[in-house]
Design a protein around this ligand. Structure first.
Ligand code: 2AM
Ligand code: CA
Length: 268
């Protein structure tokens, strides 16, 4: 995808994401219908569905030759990332949306022939748009995000993880995770993978780990993190597959090796 085309697609994506965000804000205090998906804590609302439908309709209308992978199923069933593929999470952090009415994001990525070209993560209630185009830097609203620190030490890092890691009988020995928590300066858990990637790109947290995320949770975030010199792999240090679920470590490259070593040590 050349720079001019990328820019044109970006401008449309940005306009649609901002419009979708405004619609959510306008209805934020309305009563909502909450359903559950894979388990009683895996929530979906009519707002997730409406927002994905809105974005899919805009994309299909403007770019009938593009493909879409979306969390709520309005997109296509894909077996390859050839061509131009939009990867969409209409509301990432649905539990935050339901319980807090904030701390959730719209996440939209555009990949072309397997390469992440565009990433947008929109914190709807804060009205903060994290955005990046490949090789053109990452931004928070108008502000260019600097390259990640090259003098970072693990002992000075803030690491973000889902606290399931700390429960017994998980895929990684919880005692090793306790050790990791004691080694780093602080731990956080925000509950929206898209925002957690954006915070790594912003350098306000230094790493984010998750045992299982879907492509729409991470696609836009990967583009953001790439643009500031961050790295994203599975918890075993392997390249991510954007057609399946993955475990995730995205971080400042200075602490990648040490974090991967903790996981390797604790793998059951
Ligand atoms: P969601 O809000 O769109 O469901 C919470 O720790 C993060 O994990 C959120 O980004 C959430 O996305 C995601 N998540 C929750 N349940 C998941 C599941 N079963 N598979 C993949 N990702 C999930
Ligand atoms: Ca999600």
């Amino acid at each position: 995808m050349d720079k001019m085309e990328r820019n044109q697609v970006y401008l449309n994506a940005e306009a649609w994401v901002l419009e979708a965000g405004e619609q959510i804000r306008n209805k934020i205090n309305e009563p909502r219908i909450i359903e559950t998906k894979s388990n009683p804590n895996d929530l979906v609302t009519e707002m997730d569905k409406q927002t994905e439908k809105f974005l899919v309709e805009k994309i299909k209308e403007t770019y009938p030759e593009h493909y879409i992978i979306g969390e709520e199923g309005y997109g296509d069933e894909l077996t390859s990332l050839q061509g131009t593929v939009w990867i969409i999470d209409p509301i990432d952090g649905t539990m935050n949306f339901v319980h807090q009415r904030k701390n959730f994001a719209i996440s939209v990525a555009v990949f072309h022939d397997e390469i992440g070209e565009i990433g947008l993560v929109y914190d709807v209630m804060a009205d903060e748009l994290y955005h990046a185009k490949r090789s053109e830097g990452a931004y928070k609203n108008e502000e260019l995000l600097p390259e990640l620190r090259r003098d970072l030490k693990l002992e000075e890092s803030i690491v973000d993880m889902n606290h399931y890691f700390l429960c017994p009988n998980r895929v990684v020995d919880e005692k090793i995770m306790h050790q990791m928590i004691r080694t780093v300066r602080g731990s956080r858990s925000y509950g929206s993978a898209a925002l957690e990637f954006a915070y790594v790109a912003e350098g306000i947290i230094d790493g984010y780990l998750s045992m299982r995320l879907a492509p729409w949770d991470i696609a836009a975030g990967i583009v953001l993190v790439n643009e500031v010199g961050g790295v994203s792999t599975t918890l075993d240090g392997v390249s991510l597959n954007m057609l399946t679920n993955n475990s995730i470590l995205t971080c400042n490259p200075k602490i990648q090796e040490q974090l991967l070593a903790f996981i390797k040590n604790g793998r059951k």
